[in-house]
Write a protein that binds this ligand. Structure first.
Ligand SMILES: O=c1ccn([C@@H]2O[C@H](COP(=O)(O)OP(=O)(O)O[C@H]3O[C@H](CO)[C@@H](O)[C@H](O)[C@H]3O)[C@@H](O)[C@H]2O)c(=O)[nH]1
Ligand SMILES: [Mn+2]
Length: 437
């Protein structure tokens, strides 16, 4: 089978996710893939973002946005924003290729992974949350219009149990868990960063073999301000330091040159992943990564001096609310309209609302929507109460605790959250859960 008919595919439906797609393309190039690189973008993605992607990808293909609008299930997933992942199903329309490997925009490829093309549809790694399901951030598939329409029909008839593509794909390729072990990709091809927290000993033992890291979950590397020190406040968290290395590596890829100078030395060219990580841990955050040549040798999308991070003063939700944009230094001035609904194809009938949106679900959903700000406030109050209640010993301690609490609050209000530590989504969710039960 010809390698020319095979491609890596990724997807971005916003300029923020384009940052991730750009990194996916850059790291695949740098590790010398022989396959084509394709990115699907939705029509609302800015021209500047598309131009930047064109420097790295062989094809930038505009596809209609598909949104499940299945808020009930997305609520349980904790990610109301993921209805648009239905757009991933359009990957099956890329019939100019016979076999493809899909990579989420929040993945980081650490070495050459072309061997994935030896696998068959549908090969994927287990999901860390429910290992009998596969994670749809990395999977091998065969484009086919027939499969595409069957998938859409399946979505329409059955909906998705998580409101996103992963739910549909798992019920469509429902024998994945038991039928053929060759379709189980090793976890090192889709190492979710939360596994660093949930099974740190395994990460110590096997982490150095990782080939693709997946920043699964609400927090993405582009939310962590470049050069900020989000990890130093909890130095005892070994897992955070590991995560920091991956995030630094992601930024190094992001700022890497896409242009190859003849005979240029390649600082990080295809080194062993763990060596790269060590190097990056020691190197300043502005480390530049040189890339391998690709089809556009005269283009240079990245600046030589890294621009400041665009959202260093915003919370994840603030940033998401107003649709993040790629740094203008990199992509020029952006004029992204946050509302993409006009170009958004909904699967109106897809969401099995009458069947699946039980009264209880709706109530919970409404409750969460109404109470989120209150919950946040209560969280702050509780934090204060916990701290204040714990001391009671001396006024000085009380004042210090109060001061710290106020500082935390100020940091939060200024958008300087510790996303990967105290203010991690998991911690906030715990507080919300406490509040809601
Ligand atoms: O606004 C969005 C949201 C997602 N995506 C694309 O869809 C992918 C999946 O979204 P992501 O935020 O990466 O989801 P995860 O945190 O990885 O969550 C899990 O759940 C999702 C919904 O089922 C699956 O798509 C993921 O593969 C699975 O890992 C992204 O990487 C992008 O390629 C966009 O382009 N725009
Ligand atoms: Mn993902």
């Amino acid at each position: 089978m010809s390698e020319a008919n095979q491609a890596f595919v990724t997807l971005a439906t916003s300029d923020a996710y384009c940052m991730g797609s750009l990194v996916v393309g850059k790291c695949l190039r740098r590790h010398g893939t022989t396959r084509k690189l394709v990115v699907m973008v939705s029509p609302n993605v800015s021209r500047e973002a598309c131009l930047s992607l064109e420097d790295v990808f062989d094809e930038v293909i505009v596809v209609d946005m598909l949104d499940s609008r299945d808020r009930a299930h997305l609520f349980w997933l904790g990610r109301l924003d993921l209805g648009v992942t239905f757009t991933k199903l359009h990957s099956w329309t890329l019939t100019q290729y016979t076999k493809c490997v899909f990579l989420d925009a929040d993945t980081l490829v650490l070495c050459n992974v072309d061997e994935l093309f030896e696998r068959e549809e549908l090969s994927a790694a287990p999901d860390p949350g429910w290992p009998d399901c596969f994670n749809s951030g990395v999977f091998v598939f065969r484009p086919s219009l027939e499969t595409h329409s069957r998938l859409l029909e399946h979505a329409r008839m059955c909906g998705s149990f998580d409101g996103g593509d992963q739910g549909i794909l798992n019920t469509f390729f429902s024998d994945w868990a038991i039928k053929d072990i060759n379709k189980h990709l090793p976890f090192i091809y889709n190492l979710s960063v939360n596994a660093i927290y949930t099974y740190l000993p395994a990460f110590h033992k096997f982490g150095h073999q990782a080939k693709i890291v997946h920043f699964l979950g609400r927090n993405k590397p582009w939310h962590v301000p470049h050069k900020q020190q989000p990890f130093t406040e909890v130095p005892q968290w070994d897992s955070n330091r590991n995560l920091e290395k991956f995030v630094n590596l992601w930024w190094a890829e992001y700022y890497s040159h896409t242009k190859l100078q003849e005979n240029e030395s390649h600082e990080l060219q295809d080194a062993e992943p763990i060596e790269q990580l060590d190097m990056l841990a020691a190197a300043p955050c502005s480390t530049h990564v040189s890339t391998l040549p690709h089809r556009s040798p005269t283009s240079a999308a990245s600046p030589t001096t890294p621009p400041p991070h665009p959202h260093s003063c915003e919370s994840v939700s603030q940033a998401e609310d107003r649709e993040e944009k790629i740094p203008s230094e990199l992509l020029g001035k952006l004029t992204l309209d946050a509302s993409s609904s006009s170009t958004c194809h909904q699967l109106e009938d897809t969401s099995p609302e009458p069947d699946v949106l039980s009264a209880e679900d709706s109530e919970d959903l409404e409750k969460s929507e109404q109470q989120e700000p209150q919950a946040e406030q209560k969280q702050e109050e509780e934090e204060g109460e916990e701290v204040l209640g714990a001391e009671a010993a001396s006024d000085t301690a009380r004042q210090e605790a109060l001061k710290e609490n106020l500082e935390n609050r100020k940091r939060w209000e200024e958008g300087r959250m510790d996303y990967l530590g105290k203010d991690a989504f998991e911690n906030i969710r715990l507080k919300l859960d406490e509040f809601l039960t």
